[in-house]
Design a protein around this ligand. Structure first.
Ligand SMILES: CC(C)(COP(=O)(O)OP(=O)(O)OC[C@H]1O[C@@H](n2cnc3c(N)ncnc32)[C@H](O)[C@@H]1OP(=O)(O)O)[C@@H](O)C(=O)NCCC(=O)NCCS
Length: 415
């Protein structure tokens, strides 16, 4: 008898616990019966919508309330008080560090920033006009070859998180035929990242904004790139392969590339007076508006809320003020017309541009921010592993007889 089936009869009735029933009910859509929920979750879940694909203690999202927690800490508190280093420690260790733990952790992270010379040679041999995410994918994959082979898993995670920022800055400098800038030990992760990109030591405000952007992007449960990393780790492949795969998944415009498109849209609209006509025409053509909608959030993405509040503080130039006005008007239209809310990408481009990150570097910088989350999930996967191997619902032809080639018609069917 298989687990959970009744013993009294031949019936296939399956008993589920009250917990499971409650969990299933919470995944229901308005008016759905339990059977419909189960049917949708097991068979109809295109894109694995609402499917719980594993357990994790790293990140919690409440899509209805618009809450995001890392290891139990509210993203709003972390954005207000934490740093890249502290949040990375939290994600990897499950608790906030003591002052001494943070000092030791930050020193080790800082010491791992410089890239191996062979890796720099590869990065500077790439075509200057190549896609920056393609270059990042090459960089992370190559790091797996040139990094110290004696590193343990924790050291590898440190090395990847530390060096991925240096790789992104090198990609940018090489693109413009500028001299590569070596990392500085006396700067925080956020400050050093901006320094290596722009060549100038950033202001306190810009460093703070960079820190917040990195924190907000650090993890997001089983998003596409993180799930990719976990699948790769579940085969017991190495950490560099897992992060390389994650970079590939992040490159897609439905995942990491939306904020660049938001900036393009803002420039295309030009002035606040033109927003209504532009957005309504797009919606009439059933086009998607970047920076809106989310698989999990049914309200405003809490990260967008934080960035919007910050944007109201940091915008200075006329161009920035206009851009913010355009985005806010777009937000109102999308809410009224489609009941859609902003996601993190609506305001992040404005913030990144403000601190000197060019649009083509948005997704690579997202990868720098997300790397601690990818690595936390890879470490969690290794710690309690079972290969991730789901099933497909087969919708192809039934068993078909093999037809020798001489008996086939052009359509491939024997007559
Ligand atoms: C994020 C996203 C990929 C989620 O996709 P999803 O969960 O598969 O949702 P769907 O694409 O199935 O959309 C569901 C419905 O909402 C609409 N919708 C979703 N996002 C929309 C958007 N940004 N603009 C206009 N309509 C949107 C869809 O057209 C669809 O409507 P329909 O049922 O009438 O066909 C999707 O909202 C999107 O493409 N957004 C724009 C890109 C973006 O900002 N990505 C960054 C995510 S952080």
């Amino acid at each position: 008898m298989s687990k959970g089936k009744t013993s009294e009869s031949e019936s296939t009735t399956v008993k589920v616990s009250k917990d499971t029933q409650a969990k299933l009910a919470s995944l229901g859509k308005y008016g759905e019966t339990m059977d419909q929920i189960i049917q949708r979750l097991t068979i109809q879940a295109k894109g694995l919508e609402d499917v719980v694909a594993g357990k994790s203690s790293i990140c919690f999202i409440d899509g209805h309330e618009g809450k995001l927690l890392y290891r139990g800490y509210d993203i709003a508190d972390l954005a207000a008080h934490s740093t890249y280093e502290e949040t990375t420690f939290l994600l990897w260790n499950g608790h906030l560090p003591t002052a001494n733990e943070l000092r030791v952790f930050s020193e080790e992270l800082t010491s791992k920033r410089p890239n191996p010379a062979d890796l720099i040679s590869i990065l500077t041999s790439l075509p200057r006009n190549c896609d920056t995410m393609d270059a990042l994918r090459v960089g992370v994959a190559a790091l797996g070859i040139f990094d110290d082979p004696m590193y343990n898993q924790q050291e590898k995670a440190m090395s990847i998180a530390a060096k991925i920022g240096t790789v992104v800055a090198a990609i940018h400098r090489h693109k413009h035929d500028l001299e590569l800038i070596s990392p500085r030990d006396d700067l925080s992760y956020a400050s050093n990242l901006l320094y290596m990109v722009t060549g100038e030591e950033p202001s306190k405000d810009d460093t703070r904004l960079m820190d917040v952007l990195l924190i907000l992007h650090a993890d997001h449960e089983f998003n596409a790139s993180t799930f990719t990393a976990r699948i790769i780790a579940s085969t017991l492949s190495d950490m560099y392969s897992a992060v390389t795969g994650a970079v590939g998944a992040l490159k897609g415009p439905l995942h990491g590339g939306a904020n660049e498109k938001v900036v393009e849209m803002t420039n295309e609209i030009g002035t606040p007076a033109k927003v209504d006509a532009y957005i309504k025409a797009k919606l009439a053509n059933k086009a998607k508006i970047n920076g809106f909608g989310h698989r999990v959030y049914r309200t405003m993405d809490p990260r967008a809320k934080i960035l919007k509040e910050m944007a109201n503080e940091f915008v200075r130039t006329e161009k920035e003020k206009q851009a913010l006005e355009i985005l806010e008007r777009t937000e109102t239209i999308l809410r009224e017309e489609k009941n859609l809310y902003p996601n993190v990408d609506l305001f992040s481009g404005l913030a990144l541009n403000h601190i000197g990150i060019p649009s083509y570097l948005f997704t690579p910088v997202f990868a720098v921010g997300r790397a601690p989350g990818w690595l936390a999930h890879v470490l969690e996967q290794y710690s309690d592993n079972r290969i991730i191997r789901p099933l497909a619902e087969y919708i192809g032809p039934p068993l078909t007889l093999y037809v020798p080639i001489e008996a086939r018609t052009s359509a491939g069917v024997a007559r």
